[in-house]
Design a protein around this ligand. Sequence first.
Ligand code: AMP
Length: 398
Amino acid sequence: MKILVINAGSSSLKYQLIDMETEQLMAKGLCERIGIDGHLKHSPLVGGKPVFDEDISLPTHSEAIAAVIEKLTSAEYGVVASMKEIDAVGHRVVHGGEKFASSVLINDEVMAALEECTPFAPLHNPANITGINACKAVMGDVPMVAVFDTAFHQTMPGKAFMYAIPYEYYKNDGIRRYGFHGTSHRYVSSRCAELMGKPIEELKIISCHMGNGSSIAAINGGKCVDTSMGFTPLVGLPMGTRCGDLDNGVVQFLMNKYGYSIDEMLNILNKKSGVLGVSGVSSDFRDLDKAADEGNERAALALDMFHYWVAKVAGSYVAAMNGVDAIVFTAGVGENSKSTRAAICEYFGYLGVKVDEAANSKRGEDVMISTPDSPVKVFVIPTNEELVIARDTRDIVG
Ligand code: AMP
């Protein structure tokens, strides 16, 4: 069975074709600047075919999907003989609200429910829906599955997902903590259990997804019991450009003082804050590391804040779960920055965590970075959201 995994953004579309017999990645690529001018980078990964990397006209997502299918099946760049070899499509969908606690086969009823979730993710869900419709238009009735960023977090108990505001906002409007990065937290926590050789049902795991956006999840017995992102991905840790937790009074103060509209204010909190805002240098941790090494105090402060917040939130999850067996780092920063991991692990001294420096220097593989005598194990596990989407699609369609 061959599965096409699609992650559609408002002007971009990422894809992977995965052979599920072997879970081998056959091709991957990215359409960019959809609706502007258009660019496609397509990389075949089997058969020794060349990479296609050119500007092409992509007025809408339908042309993007058509271009992807054309490349996947072409004599020069293709990895399958025809579209018929693609058995199913798995779509990443950002927000499933309370309607979706797991992945689902897409039909008209599901499409209507996705539309109903759109107010919760007004930038992301419409793009995901557009991607699904474009696939339908180009690929006909190939079965399609929606896999949600929020679904894994639906096991959180009320005490973790409720906000302490009048109850009717939850009941009438769905205002609550939803959490994001669920597919990543699910993948790395189950991989962590495999690496520990124990059933996930017996483990308490704290998963730290640290990329441009960052979130932490507390996973008790395989079920998410708390997570740091909330109603939107804006809260929790300070991130590349998002502010993380912030006193709402600051919003009112700044809007009054500078006459910002709510859109201007949210743009500052989403795009100009986080480690970028504090450092004034960059949202990229590589730039921050370099600047801090060169003596830039604000870059050092931004990094210190990030480490502190990861440790603080993770520590609260040790309390929430009454213990922890393993801590996992993943995503761009978690997988690549050994200095970030080492600095965060310093805070875990009270758990007896000791870092093995040689293991912490490895990259690109699953690795335990704690010493063998460390009572709490610490892992780096490269995330693979596309594989989870493909597996769910296979399980549902198969
Ligand atoms: P992601 O959102 O998971 O793709 O992560 C992207 C982020 O990972 C970038 O913005 C960088 O901050 C970070 N990153 C990638 N490579 C490195 C590295 N070698 N060292 C530190 N941070 C890195």
